[in-house]
Design a protein around this ligand. Sequence first.
Ligand code: SAM
Ligand code: ZN
Length: 368
Amino acid sequence: MKFRKIQEGKINFYVPKGRIYDAPVFFNPEAELTRDISISAIQVFQKQFKNKITICDALAGTGIRGLRYAKEITGIKKVILNDKNPKAVKLIKKNIRENKLSRKCISSKEDANILLRKNVFVVIDLDPFGSPNIFMDSAARSIYHKGFLCVTATDQSALAGTYPESCLRKYGIKSIKTEFYNELGVRILISFIILNLARYDRAFIPLLSFSTKHYYRVFGRVEHAGKIANLLKDFGYVNYCPKCLERKIGNIEKIDSKKHVFENCGLIYLGKILNKKFCKKVLADIRKRDFRLKKDEEKLLKMLIEEAEMPAFYYDLHSLAKKLKTNIPKTEVLIKKLKKRGFKASRTHFCSTAVKTDAGYKKFCKLT
Ligand SMILES: C[S@@+](CC[C@H](N)C(=O)[O-])C[C@H]1O[C@@H](n2cnc3c(N)ncnc32)[C@H](O)[C@@H]1O
Ligand SMILES: [Zn+2]
């Protein structure tokens, strides 16, 4: 394998030469933003945990993620960098040596499911190709009862409604096509995590969730079984009419009239996917660091804080304008108008031309 040496954060490391998808070991430089945000999110968790933590980077690739955790987060006991690909593990070992991190980092060459089944970890990071679905049961068993779980999914086409059957097969929930597809995708992923952990009497409390062009990323704290009932109360249906874009959330709607044809998606988690306090702490942590992408990360976190307490789902003004055949005002103008009428309203990171609001569909359409 031919290498080239690069730097990300405080780590200098080797990656395979050549194109990403043909490389013998996977490395995607575009995931720097999620690695940075993960460092800050785990750091915030570690401070609340008040003890040293052990992190399992279960699908480590070159090891960059786990190495950065070991070097850039304080309060780390050990980081396990695991990959089942022998070439990846060879490279992980080389990168551990290169960064003199042998005291904190342990390489491992197991199937992630086996490694997780044999151990308990305070923090587990699942960063797979595509769906994390096949690792979730093992992660649910392995996670410490007051732990912290970080999950990536890159199979956005399944989660966000392009391939509903694929979503049903992988996550047990059939997705639908909507204009708020990115939030629907993230919520289906969160629902899947909650239900997997609930099976082992653990409550998964989502704290920070976002979507980018290439992946969804979710962070959450594990709490005792007593909290599960509250999470399950927030499960319900999304009923969506593709004819007029009306959506009803909660119980299943069977209305099938000339006016509406509701498509149903559920049961999914409709509660909070962002914890404002936690997001503020993550933003404060990012501000203290010298991440290369700091400006973009601050912008994203500010937006997440703005939308943290808004209701589920959003109206995409472009889609609405097309359907209603009207000219819709600019996002900012509409938000001001909604707020003036006493409604909650905000932008959303999920879509730059969308508005989140607690004004119902009819009132919202009247104001546009
Ligand atoms: C998307 S890459 C990880 C990228 C890495 N986390 C990063 O931030 O650069 C997924 C990795 O999972 C590994 N993998 C796939 N299935 C696995 C399994 N069952 N057990 C352990 N590793 C696995 C692959 O070899 C690959 O290196
Ligand atoms: Zn309709």
